[in-house]
Design a binder for this molecule. Structure first.
Ligand code: EPZ
Length: 421
């Protein structure tokens, strides 16, 4: 296992250049199954989740590789029965392959996806949506050793999502990309959904209404290849802004898209961070200690994003006063708080979904990352903590941040990577 050794940071200063959004690139890689032509995706970070998604494409018989920040995928010949089921369990986003496979091949045999231990994360909305599109879905299928067996190419139809699930919206958009008209009521509205829609339109599908709660997809039989540049990663941007905030620094996040971060930037401004947006990115600077934020509730976009919740908790653990954060999307997303407490944080969990944080001085400790954004939160806290912090389980952080220690070192942090037992 890798560990990050973090020394209390002086004021972080300088410029950091954002790469493409992990949560855009993962469904876009899956969408490459919809065309036999080559697709080039640029400005991609090197992340373990992306490597796993490319392995899944290869296990289907497709070509997939990443050279630096450019990904090439070509699904000229694919065999749906070839999918590596052990790979499916490694990441949550492996479920994105279901919709495109059904659209292209009319069948899919998958195991249940894996992912961060932040909650149960069922896929019932994905499956009920596919059933509403006429797909036969069998779960816990016997004999084939898989947990999910689907038959029938979606031919369009109307789906009503009872919750604006990001993944279910994306899977259903891709399921409808090759034929018929698919209408999704109650769709999620995240910027990554709009990015996927833009990609599908670039390869020849017709997607309308992305970014709203009603999306229509007109499938086109033959989609073509493309070169595509995904949007910048708004969660990575928020993470680096938090790093500047807790260290009293002044940074410029090049490529950050303020319009995708309204709720996040509003919270940072409430905590006393100065935020300046221009067309090239976001400048964030902070003089002195953060203010507490009375109440924050995570919500589907455009509400405050759940992926920023651990990072905001870490920042507010050093603030002046008491803050309350309620998590409404995932039932087990406060686990990292127990690790923050080892650093001296004062966090009271009220039930399973509300954290009451009283800011104070933190100190270094030996802590354990248990999921991606929880690990990022520990890194942010360690920058502000007196002394040295060892963050074990750095591989969790590597799922969503490309070499976070190098990025933060560019801003003046002192972080090294080592092996831990
Ligand atoms: C995506 O996960 C993101 N992952 C998550 O980011 C993000 O936290 C989440 O959306 C919410 O914004 C990727 O895009 C790869 P959901 P997803 O379906 O699609 C429940 C990160 O750190 N639900 O919108 O899995 C679910 O349990 C990751 O980058 C069902 O009940 O999220 C959760 O409570 C973490 N049934 C809520 O909906 C379903 O079939 C939101 O889940 C699907 C979801």
């Amino acid at each position: 296992m890798d560990a990050l050794v973090v020394t209390k940071a002086n004021k972080l200063n300088g410029k950091i250049k954002l790469k493409g959004a992990k949560n855009s690139i993962l469904p876009i890689i899956a969408a490459c199954v919809l065309t036999q032509d080559e697709v080039l995706i640029s400005n991609c970070p090197m992340l373990s989740d992306i490597r796993n998604m490319l392995d899944i494409i290869r296990s289907l018989g497709g070509f997939a590789q990443q050279n630096g920040d450019e990904i090439t995928v070509c699904c000229k010949n694919i065999d749906p029965s070839g999918i590596d089921k052990s790979l499916m369990k490694k990441i949550r986003s492996s479920i994105f392959i279901l919709g495109p496979l059904l659209a292209r091949c009319g069948e899919a045999q998958l195991s249940m996806p894996g992912g961060c231990e932040i909650g149960k994360r069922p896929i019932d909305l994905h499956l009920s949506g596919l059933r509403q599109l006429g797909v036969e879905v069998n779960e816990d299928a016997f004999g084939s050793g898989c947990q999910l067996w689907c038959k029938g190419a979606p031919k369009g139809g109307v789906v009503r999502l009872k919750y604006p699930s990001v993944g279910a919206t994306e899977n259903l958009m891709m399921a409808g990309a090759l034929q018929g008209r698919t209408v999704i009521y109650g769709s999620a509205r995240e910027p990554e959904i709009v990015d996927l829609a833009n990609f599908l339109n670039t390869i020849g599908a017709r997607v309308y209404g992305a970014g709203t709660g009603l999306i229509a997809v007109d499938g086109k039989k033959c989609l073509h290849g493309a070169r595509y540049k995904p949007i910048a990663d708004r969660i990575a941007a928020g993470t680096y802004i938090a790093a500047a905030a807790v260290s009293g620094g002044d940074i410029f996040v090049e490529g950050a898209i303020g319009d995708h971060m309204d709720a996040t930037l509003y919270k940072f401004r409430s905590a006393g961070v100065h935020i300046e947006e221009d067309n090239g990115g976001i400048r964030a600077y902070c003089n002195g200690r953060l203010n507490a934020i009375k109440q924050t509730v995570t919500l589907p976009y455009p509400g405050f994003p759940t992926d920023m919740q651990p990072i905001l908790v870490a920042a507010l653990s050093t603030a002046c006063g008491r803050s309350v954060i309620t998590e409404t999307l995932f039932e087990n997303r406060f686990r990292f708080a127990y690790q923050l407490e080892r650093m001296g944080a004062d966090i009271v969990l009220d039930g399973s979904n509300t954290a009451i944080i009283t800011g104070r001085k933190l100190h270094g400790a030996d802590v354990y990352a248990q999921d991606l954004r929880g690990g990022a939160a520990l890194t942010i806290a360690a920058l502000a903590a007196d002394g040295i912090t060892m963050i074990n389980g750095a591989e969790h952080i590597d799922r969503g941040y490309e070499c976070i220690e190098k990025e933060l070192d560019l801003l003046g942090a002192n972080i090294t990577r080592t092996k831990s037992e």
